[in-house]
Design a protein. Sequence first.
Length: 146
Amino acid sequence: MSHIRTRLAAAAVAVLAGASALAAAPSASAETTVTAVAGEQGLYRFTGPDALNSAWDLCKDGQTCFWQNANAGGWIWIVPYCGLNIVPGWFDDRASSVWNRGGGPAELYAGSAPSGYMGTVARWWQGNLDSARNDRLSAVDVRCGS
């Protein structure tokens, strides 16, 4: 019976030591940085060891967000307002993933003017753009209240 108590005590010490080590370890997400791109409304770069894990968290309720790479990687463009928005110059034709947390559906357009309708992203849809839309976004029309 005493060997069972000894084993239980050793296991409890190991669990407590592991919990202490976890509590003392610095959080990788605390090292993630978000930097606004000067002159480009709503365009941000985020870096750090936990950037990909934190990426989807950058898009808040009420926003429509696009990322440069698949699975919310690279730069992020947060659409600044409802209605028609032209993609910032550097980000033009570079969107690969989206999360539409905005007030309504988001219509996607390709080309230098918003004439090439590519489809609509439903509200609350999150994921990668398919090959027909990947790296082609030039404008988005967020239909808030629809």
